[in-house]
Design a protein around this ligand. Structure first.
Ligand code: GAP
Length: 584
């Protein structure tokens, strides 16, 4: 079974160095994240897998890496400055901010108040200025130096359509792929890295003939659209996503972006919040290339609802040597999020297994200690409530970001040492989990470690190491990542770290494999624990150097998923691993 909650993934990511809250030492910054040593490896693997699939394995694609900061004119003429906005409402009572189109009724989902401001349009683009500017917002001087951080990578591909086509002598149909950062000042970021304000995209703009130039036997725009939808769908499956949790959903007319004739979303069934878009495949017609072109006939401007572009020096047309005609190509755009893909693959790969059933003699004393921790927590909550009433300490913060739950754990409570609301939540969770012991061992372990309500409670501090030890002994967390995506490919352990001959061979194998794959040498614990640690981060293979190695030059190779072990000659290791890791 894949992850049951986003919390499991968030905990794992923090515990094992995939993802950390951004600006954590200063209380975190709303929904910005830093990718740690394992996260950066995994992001790199996702991007390479995509690039290989859509650029190297096709003969009709080129690559590009455009600038993040682009002229304001780009976003004026693309339509983003006028329309890339969400309707925002504020709750006048608790000050929470919501997207009006996400509200199911005229009631604040946070506090239940009906006293909401009327919706107003909030543009999602981050802006800055090039060079020193002292002018007021909206003046000619300010507007002349204003730039936007791109909210999609697509526009730099349109800007470079002619450059790529001419320099690489490409004929339509062909496409351009780009991977890079995009920025959106989202009103309600959240669900960990699902919706963030800084993220990364993998986008393709695939240029095709306009419908009136398509000859018999050639693909129409609708057929190209269908082909890309199924190509992209299959890519997600090829990297281990189960088809029961990936679906294609055609957007209805009201959902379509201003540039799209049709869009099909690929959606993954996430824990907690259900189906969520991981990639959109849009038919953008000739909208964008026309929007950025100087000379477009009136009839086409009217069809596309565009104003004449007097700012551009370019017309993004193409001379088709077979049709002997010039036209503005149409565009099919598959657009996926790298960081959202990472969340998808992590959710899909996450598995917890009870490898050893703890005995009643181990579980029962824990239950007793949990009960006394709960009692103590309730007492502290009451005391804190009283203190709060006496000193009128305000409730903890209520901004939209905190509502989204993405502040660093332990950094949210700006009130007194014990926050009654956080403690009540902690107690409710702990009670529920206690009822599911021993299956919930790991959840309790995470709860005690991370929950802000648990931070300052003395009995929790005593309980923590006991739960942690039992969880480590009994529960195996395994990330069944596709080998291509695994951050560490092979871990190497010496059976005895004070046996120089064994250590020597272990280090030699590490050195031999390191140029070809990410390897990790580890002698910091017993073999069982080392295996468990690697399972948790999805390492497909572990190698143990033992006493038999000294006799016959073989090592133990252990597979993550089956836990099967076999003896392999050291001389065969590299070739075999390269093949099984899809590196050869
Ligand atoms: N150029 C088209 C475009 O940008 P989109 O549906 O807005 O279309 C494409 O975004 C993909 O980018 C989404 O499917 C998602 O994977 C990713 N994405 C969009 N907004 C995001 C956000 N705030 N945080 C993380 N990923 C996001």
């Amino acid at each position: 079974m894949p992850a049951r909650s986003i919390e499991q993934i968030r905990n794992l990511c923090k515990r094992r160095g995939f993802i950390f809250p951004g600006s954590a030492a200063y209380g975190g910054l709303g929904s910005f994240w830093d990718y740690g040593p394992l996260g950066v490896e995994m992001l790199g693997h996702i991007k390479r897998a995509w690039w290989r699939n859509v650029v190297y394995e096709r003969d009709d694609m080129e690559g590009l890496d455009g600038a993040i900061i682009t002229s304001r004119k780009v976003w004026q003429h693309s339509g983003h400055e006028a329309t890339f906005s969400d309707p925002l409402v504020d709750c006048k009572k608790c000050r929470a901010r919501h997207r009006a189109d996400h509200l199911t009724s005229n009631v604040c989902p946070k506090c239940g108040s009906t006293d909401l401001t009327p919706p107003r349009s909030f543009n999602l683009m981050f802006q800055s200025h090039v060079g020193p500017v002292a002018a007021e917002v909206g003046t000619d001087e300010e507007l002349a130096s204003r730039v936007y951080l791109r909210p999609e990578t697509a526009q730099t591909i349109f800007m470079n359509f002619k450059h790529v086509q001419a320099t690489l002598r490409r004929k339509v149909p062909f496409g351009v792929a780009q991977i890079g950062k995009a920025f959106r000042n989202e009103i309600t970021p959240g669900n960990f890295i699902f919706r963030t304000r800084e993220f990364e995209q993998m986008e393709i703009e695939f240029f095709i003939k306009p419908p009136q130039f398509v000859k018999d036997g050639e693909k129409t725009d609708e057929q190209w659209h269908e082909e890309w939808i199924s190509q992209r769908y299959n890519w997600w499956l090829s990297l281990g996503v189960d088809p029961s949790r990936l679906r294609k959903r055609a957007q209805d007319k009201a959902e379509l972006a201003h540039y799209a004739k049709a869009t099909t979303d690929l959606e993954y069934l996430f824990p907690d919040f259900g189906w969520g878009e991981v990639e959109g495949v849009a038919n953008r017609t000739d909208f964008d290339l026309s929007a950025h072109s100087r000379d477009i006939p009136e009839a086409d401007l009217a069809r596309l609802k565009l104003e004449k572009n007097a700012d551009s020096t370019e017309t993004f047309d193409y001379f088709d040597p077979e049709a002997k005609a010039r036209y503005i190509p149409w565009v099919i755009e598959p657009s996926a999020g790298v960081t959202r893909a990472m969340l998808t693959f992590l959710c899909e790969a996450y598995h917890e297994e009870l490898v050893k059933e703890p005995t009643p003699a181990e579980v029962d004393p824990l239950k007793v200690e949990i009960d006394s921790a709960i009692k103590n927590a309730q007492k502290k909550a009451k005391e804190a409530e009283k203190l709060r009433a006496e000193s009128r300490v305000p409730s903890p913060g209520s901004t939209a970001d905190k509502a989204a739950g993405d502040a660093a754990p332990g950094t949210r409570d700006t009130g007194p040492k014990h926050d009654p609301v956080a403690i009540a939540d902690f107690v409710a969770k702990l009670e529920e989990m206690k009822g599911r012991l021993p299956a919930s061992l790991l959840e309790i372990d995470n709860l005690l470690e991370e929950h802000p309500g648990a931070q300052n409670l003395e009995p929790v501090k005593k309980l923590k190491p006991k739960v942690n030890k039992l969880a480590e002994d009994c529960v195996r967390v395994v990330l069944r990542l596709h080998p291509t995506l695994a951050p560490i490919k092979v871990a190497i352990f010496p059976l005895k770290k004070n046996e120089p001959a064994i250590v020597d061979i272990g280090r030699r194998i590490t050195k031999q494999l390191a140029p070809f794959m990410r390897v990790q040498y580890d002698d910091s614990a017993g073999i069982g624990r080392l295996y468990r640690r690697q399972d948790e981060i999805g390492t497909p293979f572990c190698i143990t150097v033992d006493f038999q190695t000294l006799e016959d030059n073989t090592v133990t190779l252990r597979e993550r998923d089956s836990m099967a072990q076999s003896r392999v000659k050291i001389d065969d290791l590299k070739h075999m691993l390269m093949q099984r890791l899809h590196l050869a």
